[in-house]
Design a binder for this molecule. Structure first.
Ligand SMILES: [Zn+2]
Length: 487
């Protein structure tokens, strides 16, 4: 009896051991073979057409099968797909669910003027809270909303650290430092959903777990939450599967899963203008459409935004079928579709992490991926704030409100503010000194919109110093610039 018990434990341990997954990099595959791999239901982790390889997940004892697929392959380091024992505490340098909770609560406590305490937006399949964090300053007026989400796929912790880094950057720089932080929080409302699939992420703890889907095991071993969204759900079987045992199983029906329902309802409620839904890995930035090989009417805008957002990190950008493979039922397509909420400029970065857990033992690697993504987050906000105009949210109406130039600067006697304004309504221009005292105010009607020069003869008695010029329009937008008066 006792012997049998010990044997059972040994067998269980052995079973766990042999079922470990490895990432295997296949070289020299043509596009046709890549499509076949996907259609055959392989767990494709990354496709890099530029550098000519595909990474797939294979059980440890099946990595040899790669030889049947291509003459050249490489088994990637163990730490890319599992947690090394020395990092077993707290998922190495990634953030466990508990560490996440602590981080966001602390940030909210230390910056209660900018960060709300995490709030539950609904429950997962296993009744865990999915929470969101709101970040904005107390400034009022119309503020477009932008979403940042991570970990809809449970084995992608690199997506989560990028959000933590960005939130830290915003609070660190709000009072000085990088002025873009104040610009963003004064003019936009950000929501973070750091763990969109909490059940799967808990399941993968203490880290190194390779479970991707949610924990609804009623059909198989979970539903791929990023194939469960309700636009063109189940359009075909490329990149999404009706087989519950596959990693891209899309579920019984569109929005069958509590996690996607919660995010859908929260999105409808908050009406973001744009979103970055983070994944790992592969150094890419994806935008709609994913379900078929067609471009959106906004493809020029997406391309233009993506080019600016990836100027620093050189991520490859395009639709999923341009840079990876076709997918249907994904979050981006639903967000952009305008089906249940006005269309959202929704994009999905694939962080350039090493495999799924490859930065676990090296904080400099975590810093590297965060440093790659931070400018992308900042740029998205700046693009939204410049381009989102009046009226229906999500409509890009140019020109939006801006102080395009202050000339000359520094100035002695007469200054010209060039202001770009939206059509209609009244624009107010106000000048403040550094103590916030208003020293000048003027207003103008601008029925057609466009660029206007507003000249101001600076009173002789006004002391030398730094001044802010603030323009507001009748739609609640606000834009500012600074200039120096010399004597
Ligand atoms: Zn993913």
């Amino acid at each position: 009896m006792r012997f049998a018990f010990v044997l059972a434990i040994v067998v269980v341990m052995f079973a766990v051991d042999v079922s470990a997954d490895r990432l295997v990099r296949l070289y020299q595959l043509d596009r046709g073979s890549v499509t076949r791999l996907i259609e055959d239901g392989y767990d494709v982790a990354n496709v890099d057409i530029r550098r000519g390889f595909v990474d797939i997940v294979l059980p440890d004892d099946k990595v040899g099968n790669a030889a049947l697929m291509t003459p050249r392959y490489e088994v990637l380091p163990r730490e890319w797909s599992e947690l090394l024992s020395e990092n077993a505490k707290n998922a190495g340098y990634y953030y466990s669910p508990e560490e996440n909770w602590k981080f966001w609560c602390t940030l909210a406590a230390e910056h209660d003027n900018l960060v709300d305490t995490p709030a539950s937006i609904g429950k997962s399949y296993k009744d865990r809270d999915i929470y969101a964090i709101k970040m904005t300053s107390s400034s009022t007026g119309y503020k477009p909303t932008i979403f940042f989400t991570a970990l809809i796929h449970a084995r992608e912790p690199g997506s989560n650290v990028v959000l933590i880094d960005f939130a830290n950057w915003l609070t660190d720089n709000y009072d000085g430092g990088d002025t873009r932080a104040a610009y963003i929080l004064d003019n936009a409302t950000l929501y973070f959903i750091p763990i969109a699939n909490p059940d799967g992420y808990y399941h993968n703890m203490p880290g190194g777990g390779m479970h991707r889907k949610n924990m609804n095991f009623s059909d198989g071993d979970g539903v791929d939450l990023n194939r469960n969204w309700g636009y063109k759900w189940g359009y075909d079987d490329t990149g999404s599967s009706s087989d519950p045992d596959k990693e891209t199983y899309r579920g019984d029906s569109a929005f069958s899963e509590p996690e996607t329902q919660v995010q859908r309802d929260f999105t409808i409620d908050k009406k973001p203008v744009a979103a970055l839904n983070y994944h790992t890995y592969g150094s890419k930035l994806l935008y709609p459409w994913g379900y078929d090989k067609i471009l959106t009417p906004d493809s020029t805008l997406f391309k233009d935004w993506a080019a600016q957002m990836t100027a620093g990190n050189k991520y490859e950008y395009g639709t999923p079928w341009q840079v990876l493979y076709k997918v249907n039922g994904d979050q981006n397509d639903w967000c952009y579709s305008g089906q249940d909420v006005s269309k959202i400029y929704s994009m999905a970065p694939e962080v350039g992490d090493k495999g799924f857990w490859g930065s676990q033992k090296d904080s400099s690697e975590i810093e590297r991926i965060c440093g790659e993504c931070r400018p992308m987050n900042i740029m998205l906000c700046m693009l939204v704030l410049k381009q989102v105009g009046i009226g229906e949210h999500g409509e890009c109406i140019e020109p939006a409100l801006a102080v395009s130039s202050v000339y000359p600067n520094p100035v002695n006697s007469s200054v010209v503010f060039t202001v770009t304004v939206p059509a209609g309504g009244v624009t107010d221009l106000t000048v403040y000194d550094t103590s916030g005292r208003m020293v000048h105010e003027t207003e103008m009607n601008n029925p057609t919109g466009g660029e206007y020069d507003i000249r101001w003869m600076i009173p002789r008695e006004l002391p030398a110093g730094v001044y802010s010029v603030v323009v507001t329009d009748g739609f609640g937008h606000r834009a500012t610039s600074r200039f120096t008066v010399i004597r």
